[in-house]
Write a protein that binds this ligand. Structure first.
Ligand SMILES: O=C(O)c1cc(=O)[nH]c(=O)n1[C@@H]1O[C@H](COP(=O)(O)O)[C@@H](O)[C@H]1O
Length: 236
């Protein structure tokens, strides 16, 4: 079902506003993302409230710390019922392995996803932090690290999906923010593409925020997003 492959980013200042966002979207939008702003303000109860409303929660806190600290944070994320969690793959192999081990044996193990190169970064910005070359090379390097450490998949931009599918095979989850319907503004995203192309290229999950949550009519924006995904897949 296409609706299960969209994760709506509830980037709201607090739970009251996140709930309003949710109420303007159709019930079939089952997968949602809770990020740093909402979690910092309103805390773990947001995850509980969303679960009570039948939603699965991608807890997007992008952990990036020493192995022991990340492992503890992930155990806490599993305890509060996250469906998917993420860590920065640039935390390195030991941190990634500690992350995977931390979730082993948890009652309902969340999907563990490595963030590669933020979709807001282009080659110039990568250079500024000391990484030469195309974002694509760095994405591949970090995705390989994530896979070697036993993570379930990566976050990358739609631009890298064909390359990652080819290099890492069909079973590694590709989660892609930076999705923009044709004609929509890119906002702060730098490596963006349309939902149709992203699906046709083989992404598993599309993370979509502002194009849905800031739309004048979010329910209509949702329907046209799903229709575009459907059409693109039919065309492959
Ligand atoms: O991990 C993420 O979800 C993430 C990684 C990344 O590289 N880029 C990225 O945009 N995101 C998140 O995906 C969402 C994209 O939102 P929109 O740009 O509004 O569609 C935001 O909540 C970001 O925090």
């Amino acid at each position: 079902m296409w609706s299960d492959r969209v994760i709506t980013a509830l980037d709201a200042p607090d739970w009251a506003q996140a709930r309003e966002m949710l109420d303007r979207l159709p019930e079939e939008n089952r997968r949602v993302k809770v990020g740093k702003q909402l979690f910092t303000r309103s805390g773990p109860r947001v995850v509980e409230e969303l679960r009570d409303r039948g939603r699965e929660v991608f807890l997007d806190l992008k952990y990036h710390d020493i192995p022991n600290t990340v492992a503890g944070a992930l155990r806490a994320a599993a305890d509060i019922g996250a469906w998917m969690v993420n860590v920065h793959a640039s935390g390195g192999p030991r941190m990634l392995e500690a992350a995977r081990e931390a979730l082993e044996g948890s009652e309902a193990r969340p999907w563990l996803i490595g963030v590669t190169v933020l979709t807001s970064m282009d080659a110039r910005e990568l250079r500024a932090v000391g990484v030469e070359g195309d974002p694509e090379n760095q994405v591949l390097r970090l995705a390989r690290l994530a896979r070697e450490a036993g993570l379930d998949g990566v976050v990358a931009s739609p631009m890298e999906v064909p390359m990652l599918r080819e290099e890492l095979g069909p079973d590694f989850l590709l989660v892609t923010p930076g999705v923009r319907p044709a004609g929509a503004g890119a906002d702060d995203q730098r490596r963006a593409a349309t939902p149709g192309r992203t699906v046709a290229d083989g992404a598993d999950y599309l993370v979509v925020g502002r194009p849905l949550t800031r739309a004048e009519d979010p329910a209509r924006a949702w329907s046209s997003l799903i229709a575009e995904m459907d059409a693109a897949a039919g065309g492959t």
